[in-house]
Design a protein. Sequence first.
Length: 178
Amino acid sequence: MPKISTHRPPHLFLDETHYFITICTLNKNPFFDTDQKKNLILQALINSCATYKYRLIAWVILNNHFHFLLKVGDSEDLSKFIRSIQGKSAIELNKLLKTPGVKRWYQYWDKCIDDEKGFWMRFNYIHQNPVKHSYAKNMEDYKFSSYSQYLSKYGQAWLSSCFEEYPIVDYVALQDDF
């Protein structure tokens, strides 16, 4: 039986499930505005995935939030996994800026993905996010996204087919999940 947290927003915990997760900075401050700072999040995300044995599928890191899609094994660890990413990245950023103890993160939003369409739409949403927020003109131009890894591994034709079959026609509808 699925578990639901008392956290606001509430979280549904399901084992062996894909999750789309968004984490925002406190007051949407652009704390992660350089490559060096974005790398702190990326390393925390990769290390936390390894620790909790979650499979990272797609990701994007912007100045004041990031999104990722992953496959969760034991959902009981999801909150600890998120705290691990937030804690490690905040500690490293505070070391870099010599600002110990400063709070960097607000909270997180998650969505259990329950069908193929939802999975691919969020996969596409993640990769289009830098264009949506005007960080880049093209997805392949943005460095802090898994898009270039998929481009290199599967090619432009495969990615184009993903976007054609599962287009993002309403960003707001996807955002309403968080």
